[in-house]
Design a protein around this ligand. Sequence first.
Ligand code: IVH
Length: 668
Amino acid sequence: MTEQQAKARIEELQRVLTQYGHEYYDLDMPTVPDGVYDQLMQELIQLEEQYPSYRQPDSPTQRVGGAIISAFEKVAHDHPMLSLGDTFSQEDLRAFDERVRQGIGENFRYVCELKIDGLAISLKYENGVFVQGATRGNGTIGENITENLKTVRSVPLRLTKPLTLEARGECYMPKRSFNKLNKERAEREENLFANPRNAAAGSLRQLDPKIAASRNLSTFMYALGTNGEEFGLERHSEALDFLQELGFRSNDERRICHNLDEVFAYIDEWTEKRPTLPYEIDGIVIKVDDYHQQQELGNTVKVPRWSIAYKFPAEEVVTTVLDIDLTVGRTGVVTPTAVLEPVLVAGTTVQRASLHNEDIIREKDIRIGDKVIIRKAGDIIPEVKQVLFDQRSEESVAYEMPTHCPACDSELVRLEEEVALRCVNPQCFAQIAEGLAHFVSRNAMNIEGCGEKVVAQLLREGLVKDVSGLYDLNMEELIQLERMGEKSATKLLQAIEASKENSLERLLFGLGIRHVGSKAGKILAEHFETMDALMAATEEELTRIFEIGEKMADSVVTYFANEDVQLLLGRLREAGVNMTYTGKKIDRTDIDSNFNGKTIVLTGKLERLTRQDAKAKIEALGGNVTGSVSKKTDLVIAGAEAGSKLSKAEQLGIEVWDETRLIEELSE
Ligand code: IVH
């Protein structure tokens, strides 16, 4: 990045972060997720460190908290309400730990706590009576929200002891209340709260306490306003117990940790358990326990040196759309995919996200060069959630889908009532390649050793023109291919040969008839038993089958009426590909086999059978294959290097067979 570019980016970040901060702190209505705010803030901090001359005095990095704009009375805090430094990695935590040890030596311990995602509050008591409740505000001056806090049930109006003190903690809205509130708001067509924290903040900043009272807020208190020495306390963990004794709620999941490894273990544990909590947490807070040691370490202007927050990896992050890539699927559908600047999302690097179709691109107005928020939908599949329009360059232009197929250049069509653009050229290379890859795939003809690269080469070299071509391949042709030795060629030929014996349902699925998945393939094969019978079936006959709908029936009839399809099937038949259903129709009640009705576990490496095969064969004979060994298990098949499942079976006295015995019994 040139200095000029850095300057432009700094200005842009200062502008957008000021805006996002205003929406978040002042309006309780953020337009971007917290993780995104944090990520942009980190980027700005780093750039300003590199180019300090561009750090404006009013840069959002220079602020402690939000502005105070509300109609509430302002109150000055007796002691500043500090914030916490944020860390995002083990490395950062190691550096923090290093600084702590440099400050106070080796003899100390941490307290780890959940970082509750609510808003910080201060509660003041005089002679045990609640007299004032305030928000943190900018850390020095907060808002007086006493009346609202009085409606929160976990805020004691009188302590168990007549003490004068200040307690600090977090006010939050439980997940259930949040969901209920947003549901009600949706019904009334009101704006939804972005998350429970905003909902809590929004509730406490209502002038009418009845509203706060209706919102089911709660609190966890985590500190005294002073460091508690006046009450004879020596450490933070004692203060937490003390707060509980006085009648406050404090969080029970805290843990003393003697070293960083214990801290990491606590973090791992809560990273996993986080979704099961009834309230939101956004990280873990790590604090030096001993008050004297805290004092020795001291504070910076904004944050303590004896404590730090570890923030969970963001599930939503910002990145740049570098390009929009188009792929042509087996059925000719053209799918646009965003090519992204690689970015870490919830622990894995994401560099592509499907954009599904033209309508979605248009609706979200996604353009090449845009800054976008990426999130993992259902935690696995990355998607582009939204464009950050305020960071869009002025030169950017709306994205236009192509009019011609990116693979074969024939004109694309949009079929009626479909959002997708399609290439309808039956000779399209990309479609044939995808179709072939599907034909050989595991649940279809299951031809191993024929991956994407091999498929592409076979087509490019003209060795195969459609799926029937696979059955004409020979050794000579195969070893010409790049990285195809004699050994892999032999294996591939064997796999192709073996696939001829597949039962009809695999072929039906492999042909890629629209709407016919592997389950439908099975139903059709079981019902008609031969390809000829299926080919002769009318739409009416098909829809009479319970699971077959009109759409599928129509698709099947249309498919087999096609002359090219008939020729293709002729070639497959000639090559010796089986066209009958060989999977036996099984009446599970009266099978005479050693497997019938038994619960069986497969473990270890099988050498002669694949797991899938073994499972299928056992199930065909009425057995039920499950994953884990328990008292209910009747039989364990142990392959090579079987481990804990085998020992458990032995402990429970369950019958164990090896693979040879299994094969013998199967062939009986
Ligand atoms: S201690 C000087 N402990 O996180 C230390 N804060 O990002 C003050 N928070 O402003 C904070 N749970 O609103 C502490 N167990 C916890 C916390 C916690 C949530 C919030 C608090 C603070 C913010 C800092």
